[in-house]
Design a protein around this ligand. Structure first.
Ligand SMILES: [Mg+2]
Length: 218
């Protein structure tokens, strides 16, 4: 059995992380409104131009359009913050990750390569995974591609755990190969949505672990 886990809102409390990161920008004299707007602008640019994904450097660039400022201290402060993020890891993560051999665990995360890697490294979770994959396209397809490359597609059961319903949508040609588990944490961004693409559903990683163990026995 091979397990592919999403990072944001599955292993990592991204909402709390963002609040802290925003506070660092705000300590430079920007209001909450300006800080949020500068971040949102990256998301809207993202629709027009592929490859524009949130990163603190993009955020600073947009803030400078509002008011130019010396960003040297801010950059240092952000780097320091990103280096120590273990406090944002959900409490149920380590037990889950320690229940499987490292060889069976893959982290697959959507985001800005450099920023995402810094976050994952800062969280202290890097060591649990055989591979860390950062993507900007269809997740299930990338899972299948990786499985093919690593030689276990069609050989091993593959589970993908994600909180975002649309990430669990499977391209037709690989429908049978990947089992999807929708992690619907009550505090998560998508807990009020529905997910048509889920194979299984759990409210936290403790429940997910129970489901996986039960299925393994079958
Ligand atoms: Mg997520």
């Amino acid at each position: 059995m091979k397990i592919f886990l999403d990072f944001d809102d599955v292993l990592f409390d991204t909402y709390r992380f963002k609040q802290k990161l925003w506070a660092i920008f705000m300590s430079c004299g920007f209001s909450r409104k300006e800080t949020e707007k500068a971040a949102e602008d990256i998301s809207s640019e993202c629709f027009k131009e592929k490859g524009k994904i949130y990163s603190p450097l993009g955020h600073i660039r947009n803030l400078k359009k509002i008011r130019n400022f010396d960003d040297r201290n801010l950059k240092k402060e952000i780097d320091g913050f990103l280096a120590k993020l273990s406090g944002f890891v959900f409490a149920d993560c380590r037990k889950f990750l320690e229940s499987f051999p490292k060889n069976d665990l893959y982290l697959i995360s959507y985001g800005h390569g450099n920023f995402q890697r810094k976050k994952i490294r800062g969280s202290g979770l890097f060591k649990y995974f055989k591979k860390i994959i950062i993507i900007d396209g269809n997740k299930v397809r990338k899972v299948a591609e990786t499985a093919k490359k690593e030689g276990f597609l069609g050989q091993k059961k593959i589970i993908l755990i994600d909180d975002r319903p649309e990430n669990l949508k499977k391209p037709r040609e690989i429908k049978k190969q990947v089992i999807t588990l929708w992690l619907r944490r009550p505090e998560g961004r998508y807990s009020n949505s529905s997910c048509f693409y889920r194979g299984w559903e759990a409210r936290n990683l403790k429940e997910a672990l129970e489901i996986i163990k039960r299925e393994k026995m079958k």
